[in-house]
Write a protein that binds this ligand. Structure first.
Ligand code: GDP
Ligand code: ZN
Length: 291
């Protein structure tokens, strides 16, 4: 019988496929090797339940090396309201990287128990007119976790952010109602050595699925053409196309409506300044490639 399913994890050539609430350990059809396709965690697959074989793999929405997962739907960018000091450039790049890969970014401000109201609100103000969802939580005091669970109600979720912001703490809280083991699985292979498996995804009670190891690369940002960078700033949207020059990059150009919006306080100056710094690095890179 043929069934649809999703690959939750991969252990030494076997794939655990979630199908109709059962987890079935399958092998991949031999033909995949010939076609140079390797099934990966996150893949939507068709399996033969009797033969325990993966028959086909649906087209991937996106796929990553780190984490080695496909079809990511949500990127939860975790920030600490206090300790460590936020790396805003990283946050901005993670947002862009999500957008490049058709992923919905959301911002999760953790450790609100350590920060004053003003400190937590500073981040909100910085990102509020991007339109992305912003959550204020405390893993320590378990505040705001249920709202987050409700928001992440479908698709595969990846958490990313600086070290020490509370990603692992949050993964543990989100998975608290599941029977799944979280963290890298360590298994003994035939020679008795411990091998570490790749990331796995954990089905949550809401229907969403969480990648159990944090991390997401923002390397794709380096491939953005400088003149396209402004499309990755949602708060620039209402102004794009209204600058004096059609090809305005909102840098040195006169009569620029983005710069005016920054001066009028409609676009946060900090976001704009980081836009310029990323723009310069993309232009430098392009210049180097041409030479
Ligand atoms: P990761 O590196 O992003 O995975 O961060 P961890 O989950 O390992 O957390 C880093 C440190 O912050 C740990 O000592 C946690 O106990 C602590 N921590 C996590 N969430 C909170 C929180 O909401 N409030 C406070 N005060 N500490 C937290
Ligand atoms: Zn402009």
């Amino acid at each position: 019988m043929k069934y649809e399913g999703i690959i939750l994890r991969q252990i030494s050539g076997f794939y655990d496929v979630l199908s109709d609430e059962d987890v079935i350990q399958c092998k991949a059809r031999g033909i995949f090797r010939k076609e140079k396709i390797t099934p990966m965690v996150g893949d939507k697959v068709t399996i033969d339940r009797d033969e325990k074989i993966i028959i086909s793999i649906s087209n991937r929405k996106n796929q990553f090396k780190r984490p080695l997962v496909s079809n990511i739907e949500h990127l939860g960018i975790v920030i600490a309201a206090k300790d460590p000091v936020p790396d805003h450039l990283l946050i901005d790049k993670l947002i862009m990287s999500a957008l490049i890969n058709k992923i919905t970014p959301s911002l999760v401000i953790n450790k609100t128990d350590l920060a004053s109201k003003e400190e937590s609100e500073r981040f909100e103000n910085e990102y509020q007119n991007t339109g992305y969802s912003i959550f204020k939580i405390s893993c320590k005091e378990q505040i705001g976790i249920n709202d987050l669970k409700e928001f992440y109600s479908d698709g595969i979720i990846c958490l990313a952010g600086q070290s020490g912001v509370g990603k692992s703490s949050l993964i543990n809280l989100l998975c608290a109602d599941t029977s799944q083991q979280v963290g890298e699985l360590s298994i003994r292979n035939a020679t008795g050595k411990h091998t570490t498996t790749h990331a796995q995804i954990v089905p949550l009670p809401t229907g969403a699925m969480l990648i159990d190891t944090p991390g997401f690369s923002s390397i794709d940002v380096e491939d953005i053409a400088p003149q396209r960078l402004h499309y990755y700033y949602a708060e620039f949207d209402p102004y794009l196309g209204h600058c004096h020059f059609d090809d305005c990059m909102h840098d040195f150009e006169p009569k620029c409506v983005i710069k005016k919006a920054v001066n009028d306080g409609k676009v946060p100056s900090t976001r704009y300044e980081r836009y310029v710094s990323i723009l310069r690095s993309l232009q430098d890179k392009k210049g180097r490639n041409i030479r």
